[in-house]
Design a binder for this molecule. Structure first.
Ligand SMILES: [Zn+2]
Length: 259
């Protein structure tokens, strides 16, 4: 059936746009062919890992602690819980991380965090979706770990917000960008012990004013870049629990694993 002139025009424009986008992509690839973000080897399309990178990046799979997601080197029964979680009950229900934080990924994650490689967000969104496949549903409310306003201004964006956006694009899930606030600035925690980290973030994260109605009874998934001691995730989880969240899980891009 022949289309009316206005529809023919729209169809022609859509075809031209597709052709132009493909041409532009081809021209860009000719100038700067896509490379693997981990190894720098040429790959078929942007954001794809090379064969060698798949061997270098340590994705976290079973067996792992059912609560905190720490990988476990030996065979474990279903529902295995690690010694740390048995000693101190985690403030969250379950946490999962996509990859082990090591030399293969630390540079990538730091360059993403400091704004040089925000183009990695779609790749990281796929990693987060893989890690959170049993936790995140279309009904989950995704809550990025908040930055203090001064750090947010200095960095121009919240890397956890970008990750939560990327995860939401992969799996659905609703963005709860403003559920949490960090009204008190905390010190950088890179060199701190687990105890010092806990003290540093204790009480520093609170529900945002007016967010209680959204939080109450909701399934919330906290999203962050790196799970180190879990102190920041725990501070978020405690704030959400106090505000009445029904279930609180966490998905992070990477996890520090003690050897
Ligand atoms: Zn555990």
């Amino acid at each position: 059936m022949a289309l009316p002139p206005c529809r023919r025009y729209a169809a022609l424009m859509a075809t031209l746009k597709t052709f132009a986008a493909g041409f532009a992509r081809g021209a860009l690839d000719a100038i700067a062919p896509p490379v693997c973000p981990v190894t720098g080897e040429p790959v078929s399309e942007p954001g794809v890992l090379s064969y060698r990178a798949w061997g270098a990046v340590r994705f976290i799979d079973d067996p792992m602690c059912d609560r905190c997601g720490a990988p476990y080197a030996r065979q474990a029964d279903e529902g295995y819980v690690c010694g740390a979680c048995l000693a101190i009950e985690p403030a969250f229900d379950q946490a999962r991380a996509a990859v082990v934080y090591d030399d293969a990924v630390s540079g990538l994650i730091l360059s993403f965090k400091h704004g040089d490689r925000t183009d990695l967000a779609p790749l990281f969104g796929r990693w987060l979706a893989r890690a959170g496949r049993e936790l995140v549903t279309a009904d989950s409310l995704l809550a990025p770990v908040p930055l203090h306003w001064r750090r947010r201004i200095g960095r121009r964006f919240n890397q956890s917000g970008l990750l939560a956006d990327a995860l939401a694009r992969e799996v659905g899930g609703r963005m709860g960008r403003d559920l949490l606030r960090r009204p008190r600035a905390t010190k950088p925690m890179r060199e701190m012990s687990a105890d010092a980290r806990r003290r540093n973030v204790s009480g520093a994260i609170t529900p945002a004013p007016g967010a209680s109605a959204l939080i109450k009874g909701a399934h919330i998934v906290i999203v962050d870049d790196v799970f180190t001691s879990g102190a920041t995730i725990a501070a978020c989880a405690r704030a959400l629990r106090r505000a009445g969240a029904a279930r609180i899980d966490a998905v992070t891009l990477a996890r520090v694993v003690k050897s």
